[in-house]
Design a protein around this ligand. Structure first.
Ligand code: FES
Ligand SMILES: [Fe+2]
Length: 379
């Protein structure tokens, strides 16, 4: 009786009024309260890949970076340019227009902008077209290594160059692939550099089908990056392991994160086998990350022999990660925020988050003296 009374008192003030929208009421049945926190950082003073160079041809290209709609186009000198995708006149997307004489022409009244966002022509206007209010914000833009990079602080002078893929010399096969993940940059990069999930989510491809081993892990945190070195790891069991090192042996394995959003996994087995997987991540929105991935490898046998297996294998593994990241993202949203519990074998997730937060606040100091910690991991 008493319990019934308490329940009645709690629910009584919430009488349904059928004149109101039922959906506007605070729901009674919902997941337990969670702190309203999501590991999303907006690092704006940084270069991000906006597109592959080959995607940007004669037409304007609409892209979104850090939630900001941008338009890319090639100016008179075929230089890639990036403007806010909003016409100064009536705010329609400039990406609906076209490129004329190296200028971006709005599809509505034909205002034309150059690569720095200055309005150069207004059809029908008897007078100057230029003017500060008619200018569209422009973002520093450059092409390097087959990608179009955009500095996400508009009208600013970048103080660093875009991240560059390592020079590997001859004898390497490179395979590139662009994949979109339904997760934040933090969740996507933690996933890309996380060892323990490989034995479960990717069972049979990496680890999880052989005897277990205890590894030493050395984590080195620098001012703008962090790396984990795995020592004593045998050749991974499973299909990936057989391709990496048909003869077995001990693997040299590093996982690295570089600000603002690059992940790198390196496997080396002696002088002959070397795999380097680089994931350059672009935050499209808070919970959508585009990954420009490059797998570079050298093996004891010709690359063309392995290449047909690499692509389907990588796509299968990406798909398993994509499905899990989507489930994670949707579930965190359902609970209204994150409530993570970590152990020391969640080796890089915490360090990546701390670096992203420091970069967001502008508190990064590059340093070559690492802070080092050691731990053990059973695989
Ligand atoms: S809205 Fe672009 S020219 Fe009018
Ligand atoms: Fe994975």
């Amino acid at each position: 009786m008493q319990i019934g009374l308490v329940c009645f008192r709690e629910t009584a003030p919430r009488r349904l009024s059928y004149k109101r929208e039922v959906t506007s009421l605070e729901p009674t049945l919902r997941p337990q309260e969670t702190k309203d926190h999501r590991s999303v950082a907006a690092v704006r003073r940084a270069w991000y890949v906006a597109a592959e160079s080959r995607e940007l041809r004669d037409k304007p290209l609409a892209v979104t970076l850090l939630g900001q709609p941008l338009v890319l186009f090639r100016d008179g000198g075929r230089q890639a340019s990036a403007l806010l995708d909003r016409c100064a006149h009536r705010n329609v997307p400039l990406s609906l227009g076209e490129v004329t004489s190296g200028q971006l022409q709005c599809g509505y009244h034909g205002w034309r902008y150059d690569g720095s966002g200055i309005c150069r022509h207004i059809p029908g206007l008897c007078g100057e077209s230029e003017g500060a209010a008619r200018r569209v914000p422009s973002f520093p833009c450059k092409e390097a290594q087959g990608y179009v990079w955009v500095w996400m602080d508009p009208d600013a002078e970048p103080d660093v160059e875009p991240w560059s893929l390592p020079e590997l010399g001859s004898g390497y096969t490179r395979v590139r692939k662009t994949v979109t993940f339904p997760g934040s940059v933090h969740a996507t990069l933690e996933n890309a550099l996380d060892v323990p999930h490989t034995a479960f989510l990717h069972k049979g491809y990496f680890r999880g089908s052989g005897a277990s081993h205890e590894l030493d892990v050395v984590v080195r945190r620098y001012g703008d990056r962090v790396e984990a070195q795995y020592i004593g790891e045998p050749r991974p069991s499973g299909l990936a392991g057989m391709i990496l090192a048909p003869g077995g042996g001990v693997v040299e394995h590093y996982d690295r994160f570089f600000l603002p959003s690059v992940g790198q996994v390196e496997y080396r087995l002696g002088e002959r086998s070397h795999f380097l997987v680089t994931s350059i991540c672009t935050p499209v929105t808070d919970f959508e990350t585009r990954v420009y991935a490059e797998v570079a490898f050298r093996l004891p046998f010709p690359g063309w022999l392995v290449r047909p297996f690499i692509q389907p294998l990588a796509l299968r593994i990406f798909e398993q990660d994509r499905v899990m990241l989507q489930a994670q993202t949707e579930h965190i949203e359902r609970f209204g925020g994150e409530q993570f519990v970590s152990t020391e074998i969640d080796v890089l997730g915490g360090a990546i988050w701390r670096l992203l937060r420091a970069a967001e606040r502008g508190e990064i100091q590059a340093s070559d003296e690492p802070e080092e910690r050691r731990l053990k991991l059973r695989t």
